[in-house]
Design a binder for this molecule. Structure first.
Ligand SMILES: Cc1cc2nc3c(=O)[nH]c(=O)nc-3n(C[C@H](O)[C@H](O)[C@H](O)COP(=O)(O)O)c2cc1C
Length: 212
């Protein structure tokens, strides 16, 4: 009981801090254990239904770290390979309380807005907006220098695919459902997240525990 209260208070602290528009440090991600990789590959599949069970900050921290967190601190390199090591993929976290940008180098969340953007992420697949967390993956083309080259479009899409698969395997390992989706209301999200034209919205991941 006492332990549950402490966990609940810690979670409240994190999201209250985030709502105050300050970057919020995520708990250190557990980087061991979980399901063996071969079992996760065996079990990975797309699911489009989610229970409303909350996802803890510790679990979100693990998923974001698996997505594109730092795995070699000295070199500032990440869990996903990245064309020319440009680390162009930006992950936005959308939940009921608002939206945050994941800062991989700091393993923190930077508040973006207080609006629930999940309906925009769901787009015409309205039912997936039930997921407590939706991650939106974008490629920041300014990382490549010159903008507008089809070569950079390909690099951004490939980099995004690696991050997306990391998310899918992490969710499988942690017993959660997800699906990679290109469907979303791009215009509404671009506006709400204040994305410049040099940022490409590529794919999203609704995430949640399976329905009973
Ligand atoms: C690039 C890409 C875009 C996708 N877009 C959507 C989508 O918009 N909506 C959706 O429900 N599923 C989407 N999917 C999921 C696929 O439908 C799914 O991966 C496919 O049916 C194979 O099923 P599996 O993931 O269970 O193996 C997408 C998958 C990829 C790789």
């Amino acid at each position: 009981m006492k332990k549950n209260m402490i966990v609940a208070l810690a979670a409240m602290t994190l999201w209250t801090g985030a709502n105050a528009q300050n970057p919020v440090k995520l708990p250190t991600a557990k980087q061991e254990g979980g399901m063996p990789l071969m079992e996760a590959l065996h079990k990975r599949h797309s699911e489009r239904t989610f229970s409303n069970k909350a996802i803890s900050d510790a679990t979100l921290s693990q998923v974001l770290w698996a997505a594109c967190g730092i795995n070699r601190k000295d070199e500032k390199r990440i869990t996903a390979p990245s064309a020319m090591n440009k680390q162009d993929i930006v992950v936005y976290v959308c939940r009921k309380e608002g939206a945050w940008k994941y800062n991989a180098q700091q393993h923190s969340l930077e508040p973006v807005c207080k609006e629930d953007l999940r309906k925009y992420v769901a787009g015409r697949q309205e039912a997936v907006a039930e997921a407590p967390i939706m991650l939106v993956l974008c490629s920041d083309h300014t990382k490549f220098g010159e903008v507008g080259s089809s070569q950079y479009d390909i690099m951004g899409a490939l980099d995004c695919g690696y991050v997306s698969q990391n998310i899918a395997l992490a969710c499988t390992s942690l017993g959660m459902n997800t699906v990679p989706r290109m469907t979303m209301d791009q215009d509404a999200l671009r506006k709400a997240l204040n994305l410049p034209s040099t940022t490409q919205l590529l794919i999203n991941h609704p995430i949640g525990y399976p329905e009973k």
